[in-house]
Design a protein around this ligand. Structure first.
Ligand SMILES: NC(=O)c1ccc[n+]([C@@H]2O[C@H](COP(=O)([O-])OP(=O)(O)OC[C@H]3O[C@@H](n4cnc5c(N)ncnc54)[C@H](OP(=O)(O)O)[C@@H]3O)[C@@H](O)[C@H]2O)c1
Length: 344
């Protein structure tokens, strides 16, 4: 039992707090790498960091940007906003994607397979933070949206990313937006026989968002290893996690009033704007091979949490991976083969 609480020991909290502040005050350069000719998907592109990242991709010359949004109305407003502020020849398209529905994720990925002739970047930015006791598709809503649906999408899009890399002799990238929050969880479910099923609404809800982001870090590490193993050592698809630091956005809209007050005060003091936060996401997308499987925190590859680096964390990573692959096979039979399949 003792090791469960280890990440929250005072000395660790002090170290984590110190590193958090160090990274939070790191200045982030405006991205300059060209995306000319590239096709990019940004999920949750209608607001916050996703909107600002999409704006950067347009400014940097991407040929086609898919704004993947659960509300196409909000997506269209974001598209008009980008077109007005960053006029370019980029084709912007709003596609419907609701991470709370596996049908929606499957339909989105099938459409991408059918309509996109290439996919260079998948920025899996969309996520939700909730203290509500909600379920979606049989799992706690944040686990469904931030983890299961996210990786259903990633795995379904791997063939297109692989084909693009092969056809255009380039590296393609998947960046999954994680969070510093993954440091701040006891992860009380880590010893449960079935981890995903044990995330029930009502139990440790204050840690659920952090749990979801911790799972994102673990799964990306494992995915990177497995992609390399299936590509004789160097996968043409780079996959990493990105932490933008604390930013002003709508992320905290569903938490209670006291929490909102605390977060508002903290973001007022040290928070980044959504645009500044989006630079950290762009740095992860630009991270290249050096960022493969890594946690890109405020623009630089950094160590993830103590737990992720521990022996126990590595064992849990394998278990989480096995459970997730079983869940994804149940949703979309055959999808897990995309991890190991070579380019067609
Ligand atoms: N803000 C921070 O301090 C901070 C810190 C660390 C990490 N992050 C991460 O950064 C990313 C962007 O967050 P943000 O701060 O920009 O928050 P945000 O303003 O709330 O943006 C989140 C985006 O995700 C979308 N989304 C939520 N649920 C969805 C669903 N079921 N299906 C599809 N899209 C959905 C939202 O769409 P709607 O507008 O329709 O809700 C919105 O476009 C997230 O992954 C977040 O966890 C943020």
């Amino acid at each position: 039992m003792a090791d469960i609480y280890q990440p929250l020991r005072f000395s660790n909290l002090f170290a984590v707090g110190y590193h958090f502040l160090q990274r939070q005050f790191r200045s982030l350069a405006v991205p300059t790498a060209s995306y000319a000719g590239r096709t990019v998907i940004v999920t949750g592109a209608n607001g916050g960091l996703g909107l600002e990242a999409a704006r950067h991709f347009a400014r940097l010359g991407a040929a086609r940007i898919i704004l993947a949004c659960r509300s196409t109305e909000r997506g269209e407003a974001a598209k008009a906003d980008i077109e007005q502020s960053a006029p370019s020849s980029t084709v912007l398209e709003v596609w419907s994607l609701d991470l709370c529905s596996f049908d929606s994720v499957r339909a989105f990925c099938r459409r991408a397979e059918k309509e996109l002739d290439r996919l260079d970047v998948l920025l899996a930015n969309a996520a939700l933070l909730s203290l509500d006791l909600k379920m979606a598709e049989g799992y706690e809503v944040q686990i469904t949206a931030n983890v299961i649906s996210n990786f259903l999408m990633v795995l379904m899009l791997l063939p297109l990313l692989r084909r693009t890399a092969s056809k255009y002799n380039t590296e393609t990238t998947v960046s999954v937006v994680a969070s510093e929050a993954h440091f701040f969880t006891r992860f009380c479910e880590q010893n449960e026989p079935h981890i995903f099923n044990s995330f029930r609404p009502g139990t440790y809800m204050d840690e659920r968002y952090a749990n979801s982001k911790l799972l994102d870090v673990l799964v990306v590490q494992e995915l990177a290893e497995r992609l390399d193993a299936s590509s004789a050592g160097a996968s043409p698809i780079v996959v990493n996690t990105a932490n933008p630091g604390l930013c002003k956005s709508n992320l905290f809209r569903d938490i209670h009033a006291v929490g909102q007050f605390f977060v508002a005060a903290l973001t007022l003091l040290i928070g980044r704007t959504s645009e500044q936060g989006s630079r950290a996401l762009m740095a992860a997308v630009d991270g290249g091979r050096a960022s493969h499987g890594k946690y890109v925190d405020s623009g630089k590859v950094e160590d993830p949490s103590f737990f992720v680096l521990s022996e126990k964390g590595k064992a849990v990573q394998k278990k989480v991976w096995d459970e997730l692959m079983e869940i994804l096979e149940g949703i979309e039979p055959g999808v897990t083969r995309n991890v190991t399949q070579a380019t067609a």
